[in-house]
Design a protein around this ligand. Sequence first.
Ligand SMILES: Cc1cc2nc3c(=O)[nH]c(=O)nc-3n(C[C@H](O)[C@H](O)[C@H](O)COP(=O)(O)OP(=O)(O)OC[C@H]3O[C@@H](n4cnc5c(N)ncnc54)[C@H](O)[C@@H]3O)c2cc1C
Length: 486
Amino acid sequence: MQLSTTSPSTDRTYDVIIAGCGPTGAMLAAELRLHDVRVLVLEKETEPTSAVRIVSLHIRSLELMAMRGLLDRILPHGRRRPASAFFAAIPKPAPEGLDPRYAYLLGIPQPVIERLLEEHAIALGAQVRRGCAVAGLTQDDEGVTVELADGEQLRSRYLVGCDGGRSTVRKLLGVGFPGEPARTESLMGEMEVGVPPEELAVTVAKVRKTHQRFWLRPAGVGVYSVLVPAAGVSDRAEPPTLDDFKHQLRAVAGTDFGVHSPRWLSRFGDATRLADRYRVGRVLLAGDAAHIHPPIGGQGLNLGVQDAVNLGWKLAARIRGWAPEALLDTYQAERRPVAEAVLDNTRAQTELLSTEPGAQAVRRLLVELMDFDEVNLRLLEKITAIGIRYDLGAGPDLLGRRLPDIAVKQGNLYGLLHHGRGLLLDRTERLTVGGWSDRVDHLADPSAALDVPGVLLRPDGHVAWVGDDQRDLDEHLSRWFGEPAH
Ligand SMILES: Cc1cc2nc3c(=O)[nH]c(=O)nc-3n(C[C@H](O)[C@H](O)[C@H](O)COP(=O)(O)OP(=O)(O)OC[C@H]3O[C@@H](n4cnc5c(N)ncnc54)[C@H](O)[C@@H]3O)c2cc1C
């Protein structure tokens, strides 16, 4: 068992224990630490994952990283691709009007983004214990007792299960995880090839006309990313081998392209499931523990990190004692529908990749429709999460949406959000955050690139209020940030 860092807490009682130090757990730990919450992350693996699969970070996640001052640290580790051709791998240029600072997809090895997020959480004071698997839990009115696999017991006020698709926490809670089991499985990996690029390109283009669940494409200098169906590779318990890939390539393409020197090989299914509830008392679920879906469109990690940013400040508010009664329940109310929509778009994309004639006809129709900018943009908004509008009640279209990184007098908006506090952006110069100034910053800036007089931003960057009326603003400050301090 390894102690990665010390935490501000000296006893064995924590405010929040997080099960799982994947991207969701690490991001949540960091968000909680912004508010001085005593956090312990328990991770069952003794070492960080070694499966170097490349994952995509999409626009909203890139924005969130910028909001927390992390983007510059992450960018050198990834490769940028234009923000296009996400939906069912249909190649279309990005629609006009995207902010060029974030209008790309960042491909980055999953272990690297996990390490960066974990380092960020630790630098903020989170404690991470590896080699500790959560095996049991009981909760009462005051808190949660967490039992580790070796019998050790720990106590916290809240527990969050960020322990992946097979979540122990979810199972211990008895929360249902309905959905569809995997219908198809695929092999995916990175390796070198033994044929010239031109010859490879001709064969790949020919095969892709009839096989949508197949690709072989460059993934770095001399390295190719390979996707093939797993049907026929029988032993699911064992990790796939290079021979399995060769066999499947010959079956699909008639040649194994002389593949050799694999970097990593994996197998995954297209099961689609959503937790019935995200919260039972003092225990919550986030990331893959709450939702799983096929990797098409590369959305799972993004969704988990965004869950964490939605939940972090709400849970911290509860612990700091200023949370309005219903605040924590807005986590499920806001994030479960988002996950439902992602599950749906992956279902749709999976159908569009089928080689059945009907599905192919629908695909051709969609290819045509995507020539309309509005259709293209709508699909891009779905995959990149920039189209999310939380249902915060009646109001202008901006209400519930994320505010883009607009220009303000001190530079860019996101530079003001590193500390996870609320922000009143006030073009009228008449408004005030009054007794909420310990939780909400105020920027009076008539030059802010906004077409409304004022907005109240939550710590997750979503718009909680729009207007110019102080009394109305005070009501919304109460709604989101509790009672004023004085
Ligand atoms: C082939 C493939 C490609 C993908 N590509 C993308 C992509 O491009 N973009 C994208 O956004 N997503 C992608 N994903 C999905 C992404 O990998 C997951 O959605 C993401 O890892 C989920 O993060 P998480 O932190 O919620 O869960 P996980 O990454 O599963 O982390 C859970 C952690 O909890 C730990 N744990 C488990 N049980 C316990 C326990 N009892 N106690 C303590 N710790 C425990 C685990 O060891 C693990 O470290 C892809 C997935 C696959 C299979």
